[in-house]
Design a protein around this ligand. Structure first.
Ligand code: PLP
Length: 391
């Protein structure tokens, strides 16, 4: 039974912030239902909102020394929710996940090296590789009737090339919604250890795992294999705080963390965001109940899509993230046709699957961290558009 918590729409003023990008990508218009950004479109956790209001109320926004509480709060949260112990691991603060990936690529690979990604995957990975003058090595996921998996044979071949020196792993995987198992991750770790490929594990969606699945930190499978790795975490996706919060880099290697710190200071990436600190503290100490409700809501909304999408549309099983990956291939439309049909006939702003790599063609990503009524509305729009025929 859902509690009243997160099942509350954003204030309309907040939704208006999205208006410019809605116009750019989907043609805009007041009746367009926006479910495309990977953030909760919900009233956010009350303890976090109060902490931000209190911090703003201080009326002083100068430098603030970064307290140990951010890392301590994170580790208490990880231990309580995922059974992951801090042990001897190192924790460094970084402004964003994208920053961390860019710095790590700079640090652990050389210009011209190959960096392996597994599309369809989060859109920022590819430009972070190419803008650092490295090569993208594509090892697409495999998809069958029972969902997505790693192409481990393909990974073995890609990793065996001596010029491929890093892999960006995404767990849970945006956009296909897989939560990789300990067994799958151990195989990835073994292959990368064998070929000395550094694993950058983007685990920013770690808290967003639906029962009966559970999150396995890459660090827990990395240590036995001996692979070099760093994992990226933080409260930004779980609590909808990408606009204010810092993120974290975790690793077991002094060299990785030391190198990260020296690159950060070279480019002066060490400045604090005072609001981020206040929000992260409140989130990790008092945000648990809201996240439980968010997960209930995500499961409810995913079940609606699974059961009520009109034929021939299908939800790919959602194991983690609040991003539903919808299989529209049987509509028989090509990429531009499907995009136009969704925006014009269904009046839905969804992320087209090909944004995540060519393997995503025919799929669409829908954010389900929204009030259930909006998912019902989206299904009704799809029903109507299907009944009305093509675009
Ligand atoms: C897998 C993944 N990594 C990173 C990010 C973005 O993180 P940041 O804004 O901190 O760069 C997102 C945002 O959707 C994401 O889904």
């Amino acid at each position: 039974m859902l509690k009243s918590g997160p099942n509350i729409a954003l204030p309309s003023t907040a939704q208006a912030v999205d208006a410019a990008s809605l116009g750019r990508h989907f043609g805009g218009g007041d009746d367009l239902l926006s479910l495309w950004i990977a953030e909760p479109y919900l009233a956010l956790a009350p303890p976090v909102v109060s902490a931000l209001q209190d911090r703003a109320g201080l009326g002083w926004y100068g430098h603030e020394t970064r307290p140990e509480s951010l890392a301590n709060g994170f580790w208490a949260w990880m231990q309580a929710r995922h059974g992951w112990d801090r042990g001897e691991l190192h924790t460094v603060v970084s402004p964003s996940v994208g920053t961390s990936i860019g710095v790590l690529i700079d640090q652990v690979t050389e210009p011209g090296d190959g960096v392996i990604i597994q599309p369809p995957v989060f859109t920022d990975f590819k430009p972070l590789v190419t803008s650092n003058e490295r090569r993208v090595v594509r090892n697409p996921l495999v998809v069958g009737d029972d969902g997505y998996g790693f192409d481990l044979d393909g990974l073995e071949v890609a990793a065996a090339d001596p010029s491929a020196t890093a892999l960006i792993l995404c767990n849970p995987h945006n956009p296909v919604g897989r939560v990789w198992t300990a067994g799958e991750l151990a195989l990835v770790a073994e292959i990368c250890a064998r070929h000395d490929v550094f694993v950058i594990a983007d685990e920013i969606h770690a808290d967003l795992v639906l029962e009966p699945h559970s999150f396995t930190p890459f660090g827990t499978v990395a240590t036995p294999s001996g692979v070099r790795w760093a994992a990226l975490h933080g409260p930004i996706k779980t609590f909808g705080l990408a606009g204010v919060c810092d993120t974290l880099v975790i690793s077991d290697g002094d060299d990785v963390v030391g190198g990260f710190e020296s690159t950060s200071s070279r480019f002066h990436l060490t400045r604090n965001n005072v609001f981020g600190l206040a929000a992260a503290d409140a989130a990790y100490i008092r945000g648990s109940e809201w996240v439980d409700e968010l997960l209930d809501l995500t499961a409810t909304n995913a079940a609606l899509l699974r059961d009520q999408l009109p034929d021939p549309m299908r939800l790919v099983e959602l194991q983690g993230t609040y991003l539903a990956w919808l299989d529209f291939r049987d509509l028989g439309m090509d990429v531009p046709e499907l995009a136009a049909w969704l925006a014009e006939s269904a009046r839905l702003a969804l992320s087209p699957g090909h944004w995540f790599g060519r393997e995503g063609a025919g799929f669409t990503r829908m954010t389900v961290a929204v009030p259930t009524q909006q998912i019902e509305d989206a299904i009704a729009r799809l029903d109507q558009a299907v009944a009305g025929g093509g675009s």
